[in-house]
Design a protein around this ligand. Structure first.
Ligand SMILES: [Zn+2]
Length: 660
């Protein structure tokens, strides 16, 4: 059996607690200079061992003159180093924030206490703490059979350890970092041509190089145009999976089952190209020339379309959020940045991949996809025009049905959403806030204000959010899973292995419980993410009679506006922040005890006159008798009376809204 070079093992040294191994005088986190004979430990002999040299290499040095490394594995180390640069959260070239200190565990920007809480539960970042452990570490380098093997064996330590302990670089988990490095390394390896005759040379897309620096080029995106252009380019592509379908019957939501299955297949087939993914978004790292249309063929054949943003750049400047930087530079006419980027042949496209369509569509077209010709079909005396594909989807897989006891009642559909664009913006702001706090706490005698400001700018500009996004998405998936563990008896999952979608029988109590459960899990996973319109995570509730067309619920879910969106069909539509929900729930339950008839009077008044002014006057006139309602209006959130009333009638048990 030939053993493979497992790039994921390159940072295994970061799991060592050096403080408890003082007698071994370890420095750094790699073992290329470790004295094996002195400690009576066997030196690993697997290909993966050479990953330990990734900090030893000078990027300006010709691969042919690299010392100590077995020639067979030099190309692996070469590509590993490039992958390591691409996956880092902050470019290694950015000066370190001295005096900011180190942190033991990872710092999640959306959950500052994460590591502390895990530690209180008895967990600890380090996997190797004793001499025996150290022996084990070298064995691991020798015997681990696959990347997955290592990632799963050390998962509990890798998710607690930061990629880099020094602040502010401590914001991504080692797990995600090495996972990304491994993927990028294998993509490069797969598409790289390695020439070994006479001299060693690596070729990507026709461009041969012998130095890492020549492949990457400089990491400059501004300044003068004498840039050191890199020879190797690659792409980051953000893909949004969309569909034109409009669901006619409940069974048509099987399209989402189909989408999830296709996505699962895609991720399995292209796993190294996929950096991370949600249910409707895939982030890809691709070499030049890999055809998206080919990759997404199954989606397109099934009527889905793919909207994507593609960034092509020299490896030295390529990062997942370069598109945002470029679009911003274009918008603000930053000609110096644009010139440098142009001279490096940097490109950003927003494009769309559409399914094959017939040149001429002869009516009738399909009621569902509105792409293919529809065939007449009769069901329960209703005539429909549905194409073969949509009919197949409707008839395939599990089919969800409402329980009998729901008939003639109101129901609530709900959907969780993770907006990846908001996520990037939120992460950038959260990182900037973190850097500001760190710099504020650094003694200004050690670093003057001008330097501070420069450093701050540099760090903020250099933030690369890919790994953080991936960590955030993992937490989001865990959060909705945790939601269902708590809400299982409360609501139903129309698609059994899909956690974003749910439905339940309407009652004030049920809405309240669902919201409470949501806030509970949200606060567990995202306590430091505000829960407002900028929040990447949101929940939408759509309340209606059971006969209300299913397509309307889904249309409402397409563009969430706030943290919590609530629509009661034909009655109202509002958005609420996390603080508002919490406050209103607390206050209104207080109100219910002593002033519910007043609230009812207000609701009646509002329905009759539809005037906020009248309501406001009424509340003001009764502020002494019913302070809770008055206070919610004049609380720090300044919630409008309309929003208070709408919320209160939604969470009230026996409101008339209950009746269909
Ligand atoms: Zn169709």
């Amino acid at each position: 059996m030939t053993r493979e070079f497992i790039a994921e093992l390159h940072d295994i040294g970061k799991l060592v607690d050096k403080n408890s191994l003082k007698s071994h005088s370890l420095s750094g986190h790699t073992f290329e200079d470790f004295d094996f004979s002195k400690h009576n430990i066997t030196k690993p002999s697997s290909p993966s061992w050479w990953g330990q040299y990734h900090h030893k290499i000078v990027i300006h040095e010709d691969i042919n003159s690299w010392k100590d490394i077995d020639c067979t594995y030099k190309p692996d180390v070469f590509l590993l180093i490039i992958a390591d640069h691409l996956a880092s959260s902050i470019s290694r070239a950015t000066p370190q924030l001295k005096n900011a200190g180190e942190s033991e565990g990872v710092l999640k920007l959306w959950n500052y206490e994460f590591y502390k809480n895990e530690k209180n539960r008895g967990k600890y970042w380090a996997a190797f703490k004793s001499k025996e452990d150290l022996k084990k570490l070298f064995e691991i380098i020798d015997i681990v059979s696959s990347p997955e093997d290592f990632l799963s064996q050390y998962h509990k330590h890798l998710i607690l350890t930061p990629e880099d302990k020094s602040k502010p670089r401590n914001i991504t988990s080692l797990y995600t970092h090495i996972e990304l490095v491994g993927k990028i390394y294998r993509v490069l390896k797969r598409h790289c041509e390695i020439k070994t005759e006479n001299v060693l040379e690596l070729k990507l897309n026709g461009e041969a190089v012998k130095k890492i620096k020549d492949a990457e080029g400089s990491n400059r995106t501004e300044g003068n145009q004498n840039i050191d252009k890199g020879k190797w380019q690659a792409r980051f592509v953000k893909c949004y999976i969309k569909y034109p379908h409009s669901f006619v019957r409940l069974q048509d939501i099987n399209l989402i089952v189909k989408r999830n299955k296709l996505a699962e297949g895609f991720v399995a087939k292209y796993k190294d190209y996929v950096m991370f993914h949600t249910f409707d978004f895939i982030s890809l790292f691709l070499p030049i020339g890999k055809e998206l249309k080919e990759m997404f063929k199954d989606f397109l054949d099934n009527g889905f379309f793919i909207e994507y943003i593609e960034t092509i750049a020299d490896l030295g400047i390529l990062r997942s959020n370069l598109d945002i930087k470029i679009i911003r530079a274009r918008k603000n006419n930053k000609s110096d940045i644009i010139k440098v980027l142009n001279s490096r042949n940097t490109r950003v496209y927003r494009k769309i991949l559409l399914p094959e369509m017939l040149d001429k569509i002869v009516p009738p077209i399909c009621d569902i996809c509105q792409i293919n010709p529809g065939k007449e079909r009769m069901k329960e005396n209703i005539k429909e025009w549905i194409c073969d594909k949509c009919y197949e989807v409707r008839e395939s897989g599990e089919s969800f049905e409402y329980p009998d006891e729901w008939q003639e009642n109101k129901i609530v559909w709900f959907k969780f959403n993770l907006n990846t664009e908001k996520l990037e913006n939120w992460l950038q702001k959260a990182f900037e806030k973190y850097v500001d706090t760190l710099l504020k706490n650094i003694n200004s005698e050690e670093i003057n204000n001008k330097k501070k400001a420069e450093l701050k700018e540099k760090l903020k500009n250099e933030f690369r959010s890919l790994a953080c996004q991936s960590d955030f998405v993992t937490d989001y998936k865990n959060m909705i899973k945790a939601f269902w563990e708590k809400a299982n008896g409360l609501a139903k999952k129309p698609i059994s292995n899909y956690d974003e979608l749910g439905v339940f029988l309407y009652s004030g109590e049920n809405v309240k419980k669902i919201l409470e459960t949501f806030l509970e899990v949200y606060n567990d996973y995202f306590p430091d993410c505000e829960g407002d319109a900028q929040s990447p995570v949101s929940l939408s509730l759509s309340i209606s009679n059971i006969k209300y067309p299913i397509r309307e619920h889904f249309r409402y879910f397409e563009n969430p506006k706030g943290f919590l969106d609530i629509r009661s069909h034909n009655v109202f539509e509002n958005t609420y922040t996390k603080e508002e929900i919490k406050w209103l729930m607390d206050k209104l339950s207080e109100t219910e005890r002593d002033s519910s008839h007043f609230l009812h009077k207000l609701i009646g008044l509002y329905d009759g006159l539809n005037s906020e002014v009248n309501i406001t006057v009424e509340i003001l006139n009764n502020k002494d008798r019913y302070p809770a309602i008055y206070n919610s209006m004049y609380s720090k959130f300044a919630t409008s009376p309309e929003k208070i009333l709408n919320f209160s009638r939604i969470i009230e048990e026996k409101d008339e809204i209950n009746k269909a």
